[in-house]
Design a protein around this ligand. Structure first.
Ligand SMILES: Cc1ncc(COP(=O)(O)O)c(C=O)c1O
Length: 929
């Protein structure tokens, strides 16, 4: 990997916070190489002088980074400088080599690595660990050892005091402890924040006594987090106030970290403050034993996996099965003459853990009382929800459960039309009256963005004016979309609540479970937004803000739409209810077996109004034989996310940024593959920050936070959409014939002229390197294809490129429901009874097929007939319904269907045409608005 730009000072280097762990390992490796070369040169060789300078620069940079890590320790680093200053380069090379091995193999997590000793046995161990890691492509497994973490201590201590404290904690280690930890010390408020940002090993934080505000480093990485906090103000805060502020900021950035306060004795003053973020307060700094046990216990609380543990325990018990499931305990396969290879493949444990029992230490998903209940409570903690529920049949089911629990027949639901199909079917089942919202189209790439807030407000306003706001129950949106477009969730909810204070929100976050574990992403998750809004509306400060806003608002004309649409709206704190639901396909972005999903709830009215119907809805859709392995994997996935989600998501972002950087800058790749930037996917009117791309070749990746803090829509950089029109090959063929068949690269989504590469927490730098290698090979192949083509062949290629980059059918908006399916046509509101239309089509007498490829359907339309779809019509890609039951077919939709060159269109039979309602079925006049 490349190093950072040549001009960077050590300070700005840390500004590249996004790639700090890559920077760390790359710099150590480069240092190792420099020292290897230096050792071979004589001192007066000019190359040696240059290398010495380069070593100095790298050591200086590394010292800053390592200041925030327990290994190598500050003492270790002093040892490196001593060797460097004494010009003992050969020895320095040896020590750095050991250090790099220990970092690569992560052996420092398992045993003490003493860098002052050059003991060959220890070196051999590290070398073996590093080799094993290289062979396997991942660090040596630590599953049987004690998991390792780091404790951050914040206090303005001298060097000697720091050593005493580290030693004191080291001396408390016992072989029987479940975990082992090392200590990182920092001396200021800013350094504490840097430490938790750059060092994912930190899991606990002990805040002690007086510490100044400023770090000795000037770290731009902090800019976004410290905005609004004045330095002078911070310097003048009391010890207690500063500790509390630090604790709330740590909580905001890494809520999973356990925090402890050591106070100097002003007990009463501290206790009267807001100390809710601290797990515990200690009154004596030297109470090391007590602190040690409390720290370990808090880690154990997160590390525990109640259901997975129960299942493992159960699988070890001897049981006689007089119940269903012959496969449980492997009984039906172990003695089989034909099916034994199933055991060879899966191993015996999965069968020992298969059971239909709900007692004996296990639990019932349908009515949890034991370990599943606990596991769900832990999930709620991890995802910031009030309640969480496991779902073993994917988010397709989770979505239907939430809708059924909240929506009664004839309730109005506002919903984005390009949402997942489970919602459209959910609307049919619930009998909702559906009001479709259109997302902004990205016609050049045949995909949609999100629904603009203005359009949502306008629709709500139409219901208000029609006197039907009481019937509007829910707003349902997809956050983030398949292509990575992310809403400003908090802003959307706040403004909608100003129009309808008890509106329920369902955010389909099927692709966004991982977002909870990164401080930039988290504020745009439904649960975080709901929690922060409900805290905001309870505060006195909000009440004042609202009163001022209301005075201004009431002076305006309420009948003028601009009054509502052109300004930011605030809800009335006396009326507002925060009622938010999110569904996660945990299996898509975190560790879980396929179909493992969760429903997260932050609804102030849940207990009072929803709990019983929610239970019924859950019963409706959940199997009475839920898969225990899925439940256990959700439990483990939650634990992993709480322990190392921050690190994994960070690494995911880093690898995606590396991929993007190469695609932005490599001339050969740029010729055929255009990676879509923020500005390609979010029109300027929705980008208040004006940020076009998070990347700048000179200053690197530093714009992401700015855009994510302000903009109406942002793009998740871990989902990399590449426009491939210049290759002359369409998305589908590129996916199957080139990526899959030739190179075994699997991707999920394509559009006519794009392919989507998703990174996830399992993506490694190695897999990114492979992908880049493949894309370079393909680019060279396309170059060759052009060179070897005859003139007519070149014409064909040019024609295909033109078709994929210029001839793009505009994405059609939702037309309208036919009057026959609009409950109150005279209201002029757009909702339709999709359920009625759906079931009407069950009777063959009500429908007929009309072809549009021979012009028959168009002729009927031109003769004045309203042609109304009797089914869902869903082309893949793009995968959203262009027609739903009851929808009037428009010219634009037909044009789009004709221009689409995809093979798969669900609900359309080319030999018959589209299924539509007979005219006689459609009573009533269509007085569309
Ligand atoms: C936005 C969205 N919601 C829901 C789902 C369904 O999720 P699951 O596959 O977990 O049933 C998907 C699947 O791709 C999706 O993209």
């Amino acid at each position: 990997m490349s190093e950072m730009t040549g001009t960077d000072t050590p300070y700005t280097a840390l500004g590249f916070y996004h790639k700090i762990s890559q920077l760390r390992s790359d710099t150590w490796n480069a240092l190792n190489r420099d020292l290897g070369r230096l050792a071979k040169l004589s001192r007066d060789d000019s190359r040696a002088r240059n290398l010495i300078k380069a070593v100095d620069v790298k050591l200086t940079r590394l010292e800053i980074i390592e200041d925030y890590h327990a290994f190598p320790s500050k003492e270790d680093f002093r040892h490196l400088w001593t060797l460097f200053n004494r010009e003992e380069y050969a020895l320095l090379e040896k020590v750095v080599k050991r250090l790099v091995r220990a970092l690569i193999s992560e052996s420092y997590r398992r045993r003490h690595v003493d860098l002052s000793e050059t003991d060959t046995d220890a070196e051999d161990l590290e070398a073996m660990d590093a080799l094993a890691q290289l062979r396997r492509g991942h660090p040596a497994s630590n599953s049987s050892a004690q998991p390792y973490f780091e404790l951050l201590i914040v206090d303005a201590m001298s060097q000697q005091e720091e050593e005493v404290v580290r030693e004191a904690f080291h001396n408390l280690r016992r072989p029987e402890d479940r975990f082992v930890y090392d200590v990182v010390t920092v001396r200021s408020f800013e350094d504490a924040l840097i430490a938790i940002l750059v060092n994912p090993n930190i899991q606990s934080c002990l805040i002690r006594y007086e510490f100044p505000y400023k770090s000795k480093y000037n770290l731009s990485a902090l800019r976004n987090y410290l905005e609004g906090l004045s330095e002078v103000e911070l310097e003048s805060k009391s010890e207690a106030e500063r500790s509390l502020l630090l604790s709330s900021m740590i909580r905001e950035i890494r809520p999973e970290i356990d925090q402890f306060l050591v106070t100097s004795g002003d007990v009463e003053a501290t206790a009267s403050q807001d100390i809710r973020h601290f797990n515990r307060i200690f009154y004596r700094e030297t109470d090391y034993i007590e602190q040690h046990h409390t720290i370990l216990r808090a880690i154990d609380d997160r590390y525990r996996t109640p259901f997975f543990d129960a299942l493992r325990e159960y699988s070890r018990k001897p049981t006689g099965v007089f119940h269903a499931m012959p496969i449980s305990r492997g009984k039906s396969v172990t003695r089989s003459h034909w099916a034994g290879h199933m055991i060879d493949f899966y191993g015996i444990n999965i069968f020992l853990a298969e059971t239909s029992a709900t007692s004996g230490g296990l639990d019932s998903l349908l009515q949890p009382y034991g370990p599943i209940k606990k596991a769900q409570e832990y999930a709620a903690r991890a995802f910031g929800a009030r309640q969480s529920f496991f779902v073993t049949n994917g988010t397709s089911t989770a979505n239907k459960i939430v809708v059924q629990a909240l929506v009664k027949p004839r309730d109005i639901v506002l919903i984005d039309r390009d949402c997942h199909k489970s919602h459209h079917y959910g609307m049919v089942l619930a009998g909702a009256h559906v009001s479709y919202l259109d997302s902004y189209p990205l016609n050049d790439y045949s995909m949609y963005g999100g629904v603009p807030l203005r359009e949502i407000k306008q629709t709500l306003l139409a219901y208000k004016r029609a006197g039907k706001l009481a019937k509007v129950k829910m707003l349902l949106l997809t956050n983030c979309t398949f292509d990575g477009v992310v809403y400003n969730v908090r802003r959307v909810m706040e403004e909608c609540l100003a129009i309808k204070p008890d509106l329920v929100f369902l955010w389909d976050e099927a692709w966004f479970a991982f977002a909870t574990f990164n401080p930039t992403y988290r504020p745009r998750t439904a649960m975080h937004a709901a929690r922060s809004l409900s805290e905001r509306y309870r505060s006195e400060a909000y009440r004042e803000e609202y009163d001022d806003w209301k005075a201004e608002f009431e002076a305006l004309d309420p009948d003028d739409d601009a009054t509502w649409l052109d300004r930011r709206l605030l809800p009335d704190p006396d009326q507002v209810r925060v009622r938010t639901y999110a569904t996660h396909s945990t299996h898509k972005t975190l560790t879980s077996l396929r179909q493992g999903s969760m429903i997260h709830v932050y609804d102030q009215d849940f207990r009072q109004k929803v709990e019983a119907p929610f239970h019924e809805a859950y019963m409706t859709h959940t199997s009475t034989s839920p898969n225990y392995q899925i439940v256990a994997s959700l439990d483990v996935g939650r634990m992993q996310a709480e322990m190392e989600g921050f690190e994994l998501v960070h690494a995911q972002v880093e690898t995606a940024l590396s991929l993007r950087e190469q695609l932005y800058t490599n001339p050969l790749l740029k010729k055929y593959f255009q990676v879509l930037k923020n500005s390609d996917m979010v029109p300027l009117e929705y980008r208040q920050s004006g940020v076009e791309t998070y990347y700048d070749p000179v200053s690197g990746w530093h714009k992401m936070e700015e855009a994510w803090a302000q903009d109406e829509f942002v793009v998740d950089p871990t989902r990399v959409t590449i426009a491939i029109g210049q290759t002359g090959i369409d998305g589908d063929a590129f996916k199957n014939e080139y990526l899959m068949n030739k190179f075994g690269i699997q991707i999920n989504k394509t559009s006519r002229n794009t392919v989507l590469f998703m990174t996830n927490i399992g993506t490694t730098r190695g897999s990114i390197a492979y992908l880049l290698d493949v894309l370079i090979k393909l680019a060279k192949e396309f170059d060759r294809r052009w060179e070897d083509s005859s003139r007519p062949e070149r014409k064909i290629i040019e024609h295909r490129v033109h078709s994929l980059t210029q001839d793009l059918p505009p994405l059609p908006d939702f037309s309208r429901f036919h009057a026959a399916f609009r409950p109150n046509v005279e209201d002029k509101t757009p909702e339709g009874d999709i359920r009625e239309a759906y079931f009407l089509s069950y009777d063959d007498d009500n429908t007929e097929y009309l072809r549009f490829d021979n012009g028959e359907l168009q002729r009927q339309m031109r003769s004045g007939r309203d042609v109304v779809s009797a089914s869902f019509v869903i082309p893949y890609p793009p995968g959203f319904p262009v027609l739903v039951p009851g929808q009037v077919i428009s010219e634009e939709i037909l044009y789009f269907l004709q221009a689409l060159d995809v093979k798969e269109i669900h609900g359309y039979r080319p030999e018959l045409g589209l299924l539509v309602f007979h005219e006689s079925v459609l009573h009533g006049e269509d007085t569309h608005a």
